[in-house]
Design a protein around this ligand. Structure first.
Ligand code: ATP
Ligand code: MG
Length: 410
């Protein structure tokens, strides 16, 4: 991509009304555009990051044999009434509207109920099970507060997966597989070391659910943590959990975190509320066991922006950076060399953004490369001749490389 083709411009200062560091940086660098509090558009650079995060999640969901689909944003009131979750007393984040004929509709904030309802059409026998399905969906939630940038949106992208099993054991086994899949996701996203499987409040069937909590001061949650023993408990359930786990509260460190994922064992609760049954081997009607597994895709992007950034800007890990190389030329010879290298990198499928703006000073280009957080800045110049200067965004290390050496590191 040529920089002159990119319509976005970088900003020296964040907009005055934006308080969250993640959104300040992402707006300044041209990744997101704030439509209103809690609603952000993803611009070309931001969308590339979002899609890369989704692809990592997609690969790991496929690895646990889940299939992708997309449910609808418009929600049927009757379906939600069956489980008692249509009522705004039960769910305080509903956005609702009505059709021209007066029929009430809701906007999807999660999709357990519609998925269960849909499966009534497809699940009949034990032979149809297990089933695991997932989607990437823009959820709408009328959140009271939206001050955490893209970490808490009124409109945000979630990956939600649902699994359906004949027995509690089958569900428990799958649930554990998903925990491992989630760990791989957060490892690949570069936040694995700071992300803990955390005991959180459960539901009708299990005492606890599990949240994936990532340490960050920008988070809205508080957990009790034992790093060596790998014990993490949401403060909401700390008193019950310490009894259960046989640890004492004062052995645990109190840290601020953001919930980047949440998995939930519904047992047969939804089956019984909504009437989704199957016929077992003996021909008897039996209850289905259901698990629900979320990842906050846009929240994860915000958490990474918070944690992987410095006073110069963003610092993307290589596997989710929008481009691998930010190419800059100085002087006429440098420009010729840069044009050649640009064509060559495109040819080799190396993701490169070439700052070809004729009227921008080198200093501005250097600053933008850093603000955007592109992993490698490559400079050509008259002084460098046939060599290239490479700056690693993460370590700050600079190296002067020949053409061959440069291709070797890319
Ligand atoms: P929270 O406790 O942060 O409000 P939640 O428990 O309501 O979240 P879930 O319904 O379990 O969240 O949603 C699954 C995941 O979606 C969460 O783990 C979180 O990462 C993400 N998420 C939830 N609400 C938002 C939001 N308003 N903006 C961005 N991401 C969100
Ligand atoms: Mg939560």
């Amino acid at each position: 991509m040529r920089r002159t083709q990119l319509f976005t411009k970088t900003l020296k200062n964040p907009p005055a009304d934006e308080v969250a560091k993640n959104a300040q940086l992402l707006i300044r660098a041209g990744y997101v555009y704030k439509e209103m509090a809690g609603a952000y558009a993803y611009l070309p650079l931001g969308l590339r990051v979002l899609e890369k995060i989704k692809q990592i999640v997609r690969e790991e969901m496929q690895a646990v044999n889940s299939d992708e689909l997309i449910m609808t944003t418009l929600q049927n009131k009757d379906v939600w009434q069956a489980s008692g979750r249509w009522d705004s007393e039960a769910v305080d984040v509903w956005f609702k509207s009505h059709l021209q004929d007066g029929t009430e509709v809701g906007f999807g904030w999660t999709h357990e109920e519609p998925i269960v309802e849909m499966l009534k059409n497809y699940v009949h026998s034990y032979k149809d099970l297990p089933i695991s399905i997932y989607e990437f969906q823009t959820k709408l939630r009328n959140e009271l507060r939206a001050k955490s940038g893209i970490m808490r949106g009124r409109e945000f992208v979630m990956k939600d997966m649902y699994s359906f099993h004949a027995t509690a054991d089958d569900l428990a086994k799958y649930y554990d597989e998903v925990i491992e899949a989630y760990k791989r996701v957060y490892d690949r996203l570069g936040i694995g070391e700071d992300t803990y499987v955390t005991f959180a409040s459960g539901g009708a069937f299990t005492k606890f659910s599990h949240e994936f909590q990532t340490i960050t001061d920008a988070g809205e949650d508080v957990i009790y943590l034992h790093r060596e023993k790998n014990i993490a408990v949401n403060e909401e359930v700390i008193d019950e959990a310490v009894k259960e786990l046989g640890v004492s509260k004062d052995q645990l460190e109190v840290v601020k975190t953001a919930e980047v994922g949440n998995i939930f064992n519904f047992g047969t609760q939804k089956t019984d509320e909504m009437g989704l049954y199957y016929t077992d081997k003996d021909g008897k009607r039996a209850s289905l066991h259901i698990g629900s597994y979320g990842i906050g895709i846009t929240r994860v992007m915000g958490v990474i922006a918070e944690k992987m950034s410095d006073d110069k800007g963003l610092v993307w890990p290589e596997n989710i950076a929008p481009y691998k190389v930010y190419l800059i030329s100085i002087g006429q010879e440098g420009e010729k060399k840069a044009e050649e290298l640009y064509a060559e990198l495109i040819d080799r499928n190396i993701e490169v953004i070439y700052d070809d703006r004729p009227n921008a000073r080198p200093g501005e280009k250097f600053a933008d490369a850093e603000l955007m957080g592109i992993p490698l800045r490559v400079t050509t110049s008259d002084r460098l001749g046939d060599e290239f200067e490479v700056l690693y965004r993460q370590s700050g290390e600079t190296r002067q490389l020949t053409h061959e050496q440069l291709l070797a590191i890319l």
